[in-house]
Design a binder for this molecule. Structure first.
Ligand code: PEP
Ligand code: MN
Length: 348
């Protein structure tokens, strides 16, 4: 932490700042310029963060040097974190496609989707059992019945399954039934939920909140990591900006930034980012080109009759076509596309 003092502070004011820094157990290094004095602080920055240094009249600004997140920071890990999803290891450099319907609507549509996305190359099936909906009157998912359907689809195809968890009271039940728990955009800063999934022992797919900065996202991941769960994947899914033409604004720069900043895998969800089926492929390819470890894509056998997010869901053939284009873009970049697990074999 560097404390920049106001011009022409008195010796007495400087001494007060220095004493406070020492009191917190840090070592102050005073550097005097012609008009300004700077106090460099060596030691545990967190101690200093707890004190309102700006309340000292002599202090103009406080510049942190260390990152507020530790376990999520790239420097913390010697190599990239790999998150196991069935036979796949997300973060290994290959492109991983995770696909499925926004909501699990029934066993047939789920199985049909699972078989189709697997045949096209998806490594995991994602379907919502508990849906966070803006309106309480919208379809909110089939709940525990959908978990049964996901288990059936998993048994039939061998694909690992992912579903969103909305409530701390459901974490243990959901973790028992699925291979990976999604924490959605609306819950990215639900700290009780993050703590609970941090203790569940299953991989966590953490989506960026619509108004969350990348630092907020990394600190949310830190909550999960700090509870002893290292299997966290981050997902950029578009943020709210002044732009209204699309459902959200895909922050493509988040991908290379996060890849530098953290060792955790970085996914992109182009479906929720644009909200339109015709634009999903372009955003998906851009995400691969930007270095994303994987994609989260909404796919439905009959999007026109989907109970949620039909407008942005790819048809089964559309998904297969997109996978071919993803292979082309990946190949142009010297990357592989990870393939699905072996048919009918449980990924455990
Ligand atoms: C979803 O993945 O279906 C979903 C609700 O996404 P988000 O949390 O990103 O809005
Ligand atoms: Mn959706």
């Amino acid at each position: 932490m560097i404390i920049v003092l106001r011009p022409h502070v008195t010796e007495e004011e400087l001494a007060r700042v220095v004493a406070q820094v020492r009191e917190l157990g840090l070592t102050p290094h005073v550097s005097r310029g012609v008009t300004r004095t700077i106090v460099g602080c060596i030691g545990d920055e967190d101690r200093l963060r707890e004190v309102p240094m700006l309340a000292f009249p002599a202090v103009e600004t406080v510049l942190p040097i260390e990152k507020p997140y530790k376990l999520a920071a790239r420097e913390f890990a010697a190599r990239d974190t790999l998150v196991a999803l069935g036979h796949a290891a997300v973060g290994d450099g290959a492109v991983h496609a995770i696909a499925g319907p926004c909501s699990v609507e029934g066993p047939e549509m789920l199985l049909r989707t699972a078989e189709a996305v697997k045949a096209a190359g998806a490594v995991a099936l994602r379907g919502g059992a508990f849906k966070p909906r803006t309106s309480p009157y919208s379809f909110r998912g089939l709940g525990p019945d959908a978990l049964d359907m996901l288990a059936e689809a998993r048994a039939a195809t061998g694909l690992p399954v992912i579903t969103e968890v909305l409530d701390t009271r459901h974490v243990a039940m959901v973790a028992e039934r699925v291979d990976c728990l999604q924490v959605g955009a609306r819950n990215m800063q639900n700290f009780a939920l993050l703590t609970e999934v941090g203790e569940c022992g299953k991989p966590v797919l953490l989506k960026r909140g619509m108004s969350a900065t990348l630092e907020d996202l990394l600190l949310a991941a830190e909550y999960v990591l700090a509870r002893g769960n290292p299997h966290v994947m981050l997902c950029e899914r578009g943020i709210r900006t002044f732009e209204r033409s699309l459902r959200a604004t895909l922050d493509i720069g988040a991908v290379p930034y996060l890849k530098q900043e953290t060792h955790l895998p970085v996914l992109v969800d182009p479906s929720h980012a644009c909200g339109r089926r015709d634009l999903v492929p372009a955003l998906a390819l851009a995400a691969v080109a930007a270095g994303a470890d994987g994609l989260l894509l909404e796919v439905h056998p009959d999007p026109d009759h989907a109970r949620s997010d039909g407008d942005q869901s790819l048809r089964l053939e559309g998904f297969a076509e997109l996978m071919d284009r993803i292979r082309d873009v990946a190949a142009a970049l010297g990357r592989q596309v990870a393939e699905a697990s072996i048919s009918g074999v449980s990924p455990r």
